[in-house]
Design a protein around this ligand. Structure first.
Ligand SMILES: [Zn+2]
Length: 79
């Protein structure tokens, strides 16, 4: 059976599930219970949506997570 990826539009939860092609798509998020699950149809769609989400999220934070992890490892004297 194919594996489908879903993302919740309410809380951002992502999950993968195996479904037959004739099964009804999931709509209810198992994490928050909202009927906001959207199936990620193709890798192209995923990249486009993911890029937009990342940019908006990035703009609201002072640093990306990668820099946080790096800074936490030790003192950064030369930035
Ligand atoms: Zn959710």
């Amino acid at each position: 059976m194919p594996i489908y990826e879903y993302r919740c539009g309410a809380c951002g939860e992502e999950l993968e599930t195996m479904q037959g092609i004739n099964d009804d798509p999931l709509t209810t998020c198992p994490a928050c219970g909202a009927d906001q699950l959207k199936r990620l149809i193709s890798s192209t769609s995923f990249v486009l949506k993911g890029s937009g989400w990342y940019q908006s999220d990035y703009g609201s934070k002072p640093k990306p997570p990668a820099s946080e992890a790096s800074a936490a490892g030790g003192a950064s004297s030369d930035d």
